[in-house]
Design a protein around this ligand. Structure first.
Ligand SMILES: Nc1ncnc2c1ncn2[C@@H]1O[C@H](COP(=O)(O)OP(=O)(O)OP(=O)(O)O)[C@@H](O)[C@H]1O
Length: 689
């Protein structure tokens, strides 16, 4: 019986067909898998570069392009007839001789640029890879067909321009060598492209290579497997090489930390990993998300990925607050009371008046959260001897004593009224878990938290108190903590390296954004400042090497002469998008200030447009086809109320500014297709010129 190895583009192409044509094509594929007499049969195409290429007629004027090796058919695209024949003629297919993955490239396009490369090479004289011999290039898996072309390249810019035409497994090692990297570094880059390591490579065994390249092909043997693959989103069935390795291939002896820029697939990895652990590991899995909105998104993803109900039942989705709440409620026999923001603000006002001296309520609150709760300091003695990382205003012994008294005033008042803050709740829950760890680890104590595995999404914004809770909620060991996050998207003040909390993680870094177009990504990185960010990892995380896997539109930045005109511009923009046929639930509007959010809601509502309108924070972790950010003006972004006065604490102010910038950057990186940014008056100082 034939076996189909389906490429991700087939999933995309079938999804783009009219429903009747798609149905016809899927029925034809089912027949093909059954070997039915009425099934489409491979038809040779004239003038191909590879004799194994054929097409299968799947529907009226549409056919699939396949590469055949005995009973295995690698199906690459489903296109209108003429395009399918052209595709079949243009491409070459090979097995990487060094690493064994399947490769495909548009040979006709490369042949078309060859004369220009040759002319440039003749006039420049200097060659990009002159310092590397053929044997080494071939040893790195550079294809014999591509080698002469590589030899003509004169600059890194030429190589970069040809990147979309060259398989990643050819481009990655060449790029390292072009930047002056060593052969060993080039090898590592090639290894990074491999989902499954190959012990030996047979370049004639395409089917074997496809087994090692799960992101390029998924094998289906019958109609059921075919439907399962096609009916779910692409990220379910076609993990990219790095995703596959991290989730399914590598053995993790302890915590794992995956960092990566916006849209690099971290949530997808977290969801796959949770599903994999629930399938193969022991015990329950907690998948920690940031908010209710992200919990809903992640739950929906898990529901499509996992179809075995018993496996799905082993995974719980929730945030740290909910976990803390439950542990404390169970221990105390009733739900804990939380203090509201305004009441807490009043208490800090009181404390500042009584003991704060020159220090403002905001200063005292930050000292409590970032120094005392962060290090779980329980006595004045501990506080007097503690380091105060990230705090630039020195406090002598007398001042620390006064600050401690102010904090005791607030905590005492909270205790008297039986109320707590969320961070206090997390601290208390981890203390409770610490006391009873022995009981909690048995699976037969379902009242407690016997998690065997915890997967954390959006990890950059967790406070140390919350990390301590998560650490206490899972027994240390293989596959205990799997953490994904992006320090550049941090929207709260938690700049803590996991290692300082005793979490020594094996680290991975993702660099290719699957969401953003290169145009949006470049613009957003300029907005973010491109510089390093601290938190999660030791030292800093760089944005270097962060790139997109596709091109698109540049963000539209609109200046308006008045606020009313800006709101009218928003309404017009949303109308245009909807008129293009973009579904309303794939569009989001956001602003920094609550007032602007309210005004946008009423302007859109008044125009009869039902669109999600939220704060910038409300976009965290989410994705939309189109995003409009309004009110990105001086005086609104950064929000003045969120900034510490420079005279009070310059370091805190610098951190506040960076956090506000990170918030806008996060919001600007939510759109898959279009980003619209507007302001009236002067632009926010964060917007790139
Ligand atoms: N293997 C894959 N195949 C197809 N699409 C993928 C794959 N992996 C990720 N994607 C898509 O890339 C986009 C970004 O993925 P995801 O939301 O996981 O990124 P992220 O790193 O968590 O982003 P952020 O940190 O910005 O929230 C999503 O649209 C997702 O469906």
């Amino acid at each position: 019986m034939p076996r189909l190895a389906i490429a991700p583009e087939v999933h995309r192409d079938l999804g783009a067909l009219a429903p009747s044509a798609r149905q016809e094509a899927v029925v034809a594929l089912r027949r093909f898998l059954r070997g039915a007499t009425s099934a489409p049969h491979p038809e040779r195409v004239r003038n191909t570069r590879d004799t194994r290429v054929a097409t299968l007629r799947l529907a009226e004027r549409h056919r699939a392009v396949v590469v055949r090796q005995r009973e295995v058919f690698w199906m690459l695209a489903v296109l209108p007839d003429a395009e399918a024949w052209s595709y079949a003629q243009r491409h070459r297919f090979a097995v990487n001789a060094a690493a064994g993955m399947a490769e495909i490239w548009d040979a006709a396009a490369l042949e078309a640029v060859e004369p220009a490369l040759r002319r440039a090479a003749e006039s420049a004289g200097l060659r990009l890879f002159a310092h590397v011999c053929d044997t080494d290039l071939l040893g790195l898996g550079i294809d014999t067909w591509l080698l002469p072309l590589a030899r003509l390249m004169t600059s890194e810019a030429t190589l970069e321009a040809l990147e979309p035409l060259i398989p990643e497994s050819q481009y990655a090692p060449l790029s390292v060598l072009a930047q002056g990297g060593s052969l060993a570094e080039a090898w590592r880059a090639l290894d990074g492209c491999a989902a499954v390591p190959a012990s030996s490579v047979d370049v004639s065994d395409l089917a074997g290579a496809l087994e090692r390249t799960p992101g390029r092909a998924v094998f289906v043997a019958d109609a059921e497997e075919l439907d399962r693959l096609l009916d779910r989103p692409r990220w379910c069935g076609f993990p990219h090489a790095t995703q596959y390795r991290i989730v399914y291939q590598d053995v993790h002896d302890g915590p794992v930390l995956v960092t990566g820029g916006a849209g690099t697939g971290k949530t997808v990895i977290a969801v796959h990993r949770a599903a994999h652990l629930a399938t193969t590991g022991g015990g329950r899995v907690l998948l920690v998300t940031f908010s209710q909105a992200t919990a809903g998104d992640v739950t929906a993803k898990l529901d499509v990925l996992v179809d075995d109900e018993r496996v799905r039942a082993r995974i719980e989705v929730g945030n740290v607050e909910r976990l803390a709440h439950r542990i404390v409620a169970e221990a105390e026999g009733r739900p804990p009371l939380l203090v509201g923001g305004p009441d807490l603000a009043t208490l800090w006002q009181e404390a500042a008046g009584l003991y704060g001296g020159p220090h403002s309520p905001a200063f005292l609150l930050r000292e409590w959260e970032q120094v005392i709760l962060a290090q779980n300091l329980c006595t004045l003695q501990e506080y007097l001897g503690a380091a105060r990382p990230g705090r630039s205003v020195e406090l002598d012994r007398r001042e620390r004593t006064a600050v401690w008294q102010a904090i005791e005033h607030v905590t005492g008042r909270l205790r008297d009224s039986g109320r707590r803050t969320l961070l206090q709740l997390a601290t208390q829950a981890s203390t409770l878990l610490g006391r009873t760890t022995g009981d909690l680890l048995g699976d037969d104590a379902p009242g407690h938290e016997p998690y065997r595995h915890i997967v954390v999404d959006e990890a950059q914004d967790l406070h140390p108190a919350q990390w301590r809770l998560l650490r206490a909620a899972v027994p240390p060991g293989p596959d205990d903590l799997f953490i994904v996050g992006d320090p550049h998207q941090r929207v709260f003040d938690t700049r803590i390296a996991l290692s300082t909390l005793g979490v020594k993680a094996e680290t991975y870094r993702l660099t290719v954004s699957r969401r953003l177009s290169q145009e949006t990504l470049t613009w957003a990185v300029r907005l973010r400042g491109g510089g390093p960010a601290d938190g999660l990892v030791d030292g800093v995380t760089e944005l270097a090497g962060y790139r997109a896997d596709h091109g698109g539109m540049r963000p539209a930045v609109r200046e308006y002469t008045s606020y009313d005109a800006e709101l009218a511009g928003l309404v017009a923009q949303i109308r245009d998008w909807l008129a293009e046929g973009v579904p309303a639930n794939t569009v989001a509007v956001a602003a920094r200030s609550a007032g602007t959010v309210r005004d946008a809601k009423s302007a859109l509502g008044g125009a009869g447009l039902k669109i999600r309108v939220t704060s910038l924070h409300g976009l965290k972790g989410l994705e939309f086809r189109r995003v409009a950010l309004i009110g990105v003006a001086e005086g609104l972004v950064p929000a003045p109320g969120a900034l510490t006065p420079a005279e009070e604490d310059p370091t805190a102010r610098a951190h506040d500014l960076q956090r506000e910038r990170g918030l806008l950057y996060m919001a600007c990186t939510r759109a898959t297709e279009r980003l619209y940014v507007s302001y009236s008056g002067r632009a926010s100082p964060f917007l790139p010129p």
